[in-house]
Design a protein around this ligand. Structure first.
Ligand SMILES: Cc1cc2nc3c(=O)[nH]c(=O)nc-3n(C[C@H](O)[C@H](O)[C@H](O)COP(=O)(O)OP(=O)(O)OC[C@H]3O[C@@H](n4cnc5c(N)ncnc54)[C@H](O)[C@@H]3O)c2cc1C
Length: 477
């Protein structure tokens, strides 16, 4: 059996695959395959190796119940691991509730989404809101499959974002909240400071650096008590037809025409801004406002997280590298030149020159630090900003994108402490990842306790945990 992920950059070839009907069947399958590698998958919307499964594969789509309860002054949902976010939102919506944080799409499963730290803008990632995880794993003494409720301490912080590495998530308990409305409008600015200045009054905003035009288009957003606008449905139609489909079809045709660089630059400079209706203020439900149909066309993405104090420099660096990679007449600023020399990466940049023409708005989202061990926004301190690079070229023509992604991840992790999203293209080595995720050591300790035989690993997560183990040994000598 061969399965492919959404981005068609990962092949899964499990030795056996199951869609268990309930928890008892999950335990029965685990006992039947004792000693073999087991991985669960959601809807295969990750681009990274986290999604790989080379042994027994479990798809928990049948475990999709939703139950909402008040616990003290909090609303908590108990949700089956395989429940898709869209179904969860519908079920919560019927009871006047919703999720505190959402990514751009809703087709992921709840277990898949939290396992890679899925996030939106202006809040913590979804992982942060998890208050309990029901986990199937093997008992270290008896070797039997058991169910463990993880609800506190380091184990909970690990289970909130675990790359599938602690066991099979059966269900999660997630903090919910009453439904709320968001006001949104679009604006365009020539500098980052103009966008960030608006953040205190528009804390849910996300914005886009427009390549080749080098302006910022912001989706300004704030929570409001105002009622849904009478024209909200028209706004939804505008997003669906003009943005989700019209703009994407234009970009796809550019890519299919062989990416004549001057045409790409011209379209981004002069045509793309025509799609943006500035200043139209609309109030709509959060669950409609925060998402789009980003899964409508196949693409691939890398997303790099930097702290707020690094954002401006990281974006100036991004702009310089994109110009060079796009083959234009340009050179690095002296600051960025020095940076690359200090890393010894001048040759790598030279090799990238003219190899990759970026052709999608660069989405930038603020994520508040998470109380987790290894989600991208883990660790106290300044807010994180996720900078995303998306390519629509066909899967067999992605070599330029991968070269660019590798260069950006390596250089930005060393220059700005950037962390790549666990669910997106993640080209760093285990050593490089260890350097930007200080919580990895504690994560490994939890993983070693819950999965001492490394049954729930694929080769990629196993290598990551082995690296953490080597670093621990080095430190103890
Ligand atoms: C079009 C598109 C848009 C996206 N938008 C965003 C966005 O806005 N923000 C963002 O942060 N991310 C975004 N992503 C990334 C996506 O949210 C993550 O990759 C997410 O993990 C995918 O969920 P999934 O259900 O498909 O899980 P999969 O990709 O199938 O699995 C992801 C991980 O979860 C583990 N897992 C799944 N189920 C279980 C279980 N029951 N027990 C244990 N482990 C499990 C898997 O082993 C794997 O490690 C986007 C992806 C796409 C394709």
């Amino acid at each position: 059996m061969l399965l492919k992920n959404f981005g068609q950059n990962q092949d899964l070839q499990p030795t056996a695959a199951y869609t268990p009907a309930d928890e008892a069947e999950v335990l029965e399958i685990l006992n039947r395959h004792r000693g073999q590698r087991v991985r669960a998958v959601g809807r295969l919307h990750s681009w990274s190796e986290a999604v790989l499964a080379d042994g027994v594969l479990l798809d928990l789509r049948e475990l999709n119940t939703v139950e909402l309860r008040s616990e003290g002054d909090q609303l908590v949902g108990t949700v089956g691991a395989g429940c898709q976010i869209k179904r969860l939102l519908d079920e919560l919506g019927r009871q006047g509730a919703t999720l505190p944080s959402l990514g751009l799409i809703t087709v992921q499963t709840v277990a898949g989404a939290i396992s890679t730290g899925t996030h939106g803008s202006g809040r913590h990632s979804m992982s942060h809101y998890i208050v309990g995880v029901r986990l199937a794993r093997f008992d270290g003494n008896t070797g039997e499959a058991i169910v463990e409720e993880v609800s506190e301490g380091q184990a909970l912080r690990a289970a909130r974002c675990s790359l599938g590495s602690l066991g099979i998530i059966l269900s999660v308990r997630i903090r919910c909240r009453k439904q709320y409305n968001i006001q949104e409008y679009l604006g365009e600015y020539s500098s980052l400071s103009e966008v960030l200045r608006r953040e205190p009054s528009l804390p849910l905003q996300q914005f886009f650096l427009i390549p080749w035009r080098w302006s910022y288009i912001a989706q300004h957003r704030r929570e409001t008590d105002d009622a849904r606008s009478w024209h909200a449905s028209l706004y939804r139609l505008y997003w669906l037809v003009v943005m989700d489909h019209g703009l994407h079809l234009l970009i796809l045709s550019l890519v299919r025409w062989g990416m004549i660089r001057s045409l790409v630059r011209g379209i981004f400079r002069h045509v793309l801004p025509l799609f943006v209706l500035r200043g139209w203020r609309v109030v709509d439900r959060s669950s409609s406002m925060l998402v789009m149909r980003h899964e409508a066309f196949r693409h691939i993405e890398i997303e790099l997280f930097v702290r707020r104090d690094q954002l401006e420099e990281a974006l100036s660096y991004t702009r310089d590298v994109l110009k060079l990679a796009g083959g234009g007449e340009s050179s690095l600023s002296s600051r960025n030149q020095q940076r690359l020399e200090s890393l010894g990466l001048q040759e790598d940049l030279r090799a990238l020159q003219g190899k990759y023409c970026h052709h999608y708005p660069i989405c930038i989202r603020r994520v508040i630090p998470d109380d987790t061990l290894i989600s991208m926004a883990s660790g106290a301190g300044e807010d994180w900003y996720a900078i995303s690079f998306i390519s629509y070229v066909k899967p067999h023509r992605r070599s330029g994108f991968f070269q660019f992604a590798r260069f950006m991840a390596e250089s930005m992790s060393r220059l700005f402490g950037a962390r790549p999203h666990w669910g997106k293209v993640c080209p760093l080595s285990p050593e490089e990842l260890e350097a930007v995720y200080p919580g990895m050591k504690d994560f490994r300790a939890v993983s070693s306790r819950l999965d001492p035989e490394r049954v729930f690993q694929n080769p990629w997560t196993a290598e990551l945990l082995d690296q953490a183990s080597r670093t621990d040994d080095d430190c103890s000598h």
